[in-house]
Write a protein that binds this ligand. Structure first.
Ligand SMILES: NC(=O)c1ccc[n+]([C@@H]2O[C@H](COP(=O)([O-])OP(=O)(O)OC[C@H]3O[C@@H](n4cnc5c(N)ncnc54)[C@H](OP(=O)(O)O)[C@@H]3O)[C@@H](O)[C@H]2O)c1
Length: 329
């Protein structure tokens, strides 16, 4: 496993170069398998786990508590000595406030909503401190000052380690940075967006509600931030496109239906054949070596998925292989 630093100074943390998405754990994935998945990830050197306070409210038979509760139970069961050094990230803001409700009743990012959400996450995760907390989505009905001030209070009192932002437009991130800087509040140090090797057309919406794909503006922002000495890390979700790189049963959304897609698929097949790695592993290795660098956040439902993903952290592509992949457009 390789490792990356997120945050800086006294709040810096070492995390694995691959993050594990716990979205389905405790929900559509049974407890025994979920525990085995988390155990295997940690055995392989994984230290970065992602959950949210609303996974998977949209799935019949699941509750928004499922993923956090499962991760909390697993951590308590395995004990401090086995789970020390992990970074467990969670998200807030997109949880329905009405049982059985949908996004029309989401909690949002007002100061009271943030307080209430954090209290619920602490309880479910069985902890008194959240390592990394992201607003899951934007809430433009609330002034950014209110949201950032509430997050700053949580950091000051030690309830939250680092703050990040998920699914935010690049211009909102820059606005948030300015407000945080002016008030000496913690800024968003980790960004979470959708991104993989295959690129969608931006004029065709993605079918997944709320997904915000990384844009050239996000990458521009990240490079500028890091060059200015404000370390900011990019974590990207849906890196395997739900298995669509390799599985006949997974269709790519319409946004990926353009001439670049077959060229990229051919480049992946060529590099996979050269390296002996799987296509999924080449995708993950390409993301890890991306400029700016990316921590891929992989969703899994079996231990075999974990094994395939973590092995990708040790796959180093040559300059020629990167060129083959980058030039396929
Ligand atoms: N911030 C956000 O708004 C946001 C949005 C979405 C996700 N996330 C986070 O990102 C994580 C990952 O995203 P994701 O689940 O949407 O996408 P993903 O990682 O691209 O897809 C995960 C799914 O792909 C399949 N898969 C995984 N490994 C495979 C393999 N080796 N071979 C074949 N199929 C494989 C599995 O499907 P089956 O389980 O059906 O077999 C798995 O559940 C989530 O767990 C969550 O933590 C964040």
């Amino acid at each position: 496993m390789r490792y990356r630093t997120i945050g800086e100074g006294t709040n810096a943390r070492e995390v694995s170069a691959i993050a594990l998405g716990a979205m389905k754990l405790g929900g559509t994935v049974d407890d025994e398998t979920s525990f085995a998945i988390l155990d295997r990830f940690v055995e392989a050197g994984g230290t970065f786990i992602d959950t949210a306070n609303n996974y998977m409210f949209w799935e019949p038979g699941c509750s928004p508590d499922d993923s956090e509760t499962l991760v909390g139970r697993w951590r308590a069961d395995r004990g401090a000595s086995s789970t020390a050094g992990l970074t467990i990230a969670t998200k807030l803001g997109a949880r329905p406030t009405v049982p059985g409700g949908g996004m029309e009743s989401w909690e949002g990012l007002s100061a009271p909503a943030i307080r209430a959400a954090v209290s619920g996450s602490l309880e479910r995760l069985q902890t008194d401190r959240l390592d990394l907390l992201y607003p899951h989505v934007e809430d433009r009905s609330v002034p950014l000052e209110e949201t950032l001030g509430a997050l700053a209070d949580l950091v000051t009192e030690g309830t939250v380690g680092l703050v990040g932002a998920s699914n935010h437009a690049a211009w909102r991130l820059e606005r948030a940075r300015g407000i945080a800087e002016a008030n000496r509040w913690p800024r968003y140090r980790v960004l979470q967006l959708r991104y993989s090797y295959l690129q969608p057309r931006f004029d065709i919406p993605l079918p997944q509600m709320g997904h915000v794909h990384a844009t050239p503006d996000h990458f521009d922002f990240l490079r500028e931030e890091n060059a200015a000495g404000r370390p900011t890390t990019l974590v990207t979700y849906t890196p395997l496109l739900y298995g669509a790189y390799v599985r006949e049963d997974r269709e790519l959304p319409d946004a990926y239906d353009h001439p670049g897609t077959p060229k990229r698929r051919a480049a992946l097949a060529e590099v996979a054949a050269q390296t002996g790695a799987t296509v999924n592993q080449v995708v993950l290795a390409w993301l890890i070596a991306h400029d700016p660098p990316i921590i891929p956040l992989v969703g899994v439902s079996t231990v075999e998925h974990v094994d395939e993903a973590v092995a990708a952290a040790d796959l180093k592509l040559t300059d020629e292989q990167r060129e083959i992949l980058d030039n396929a457009v």
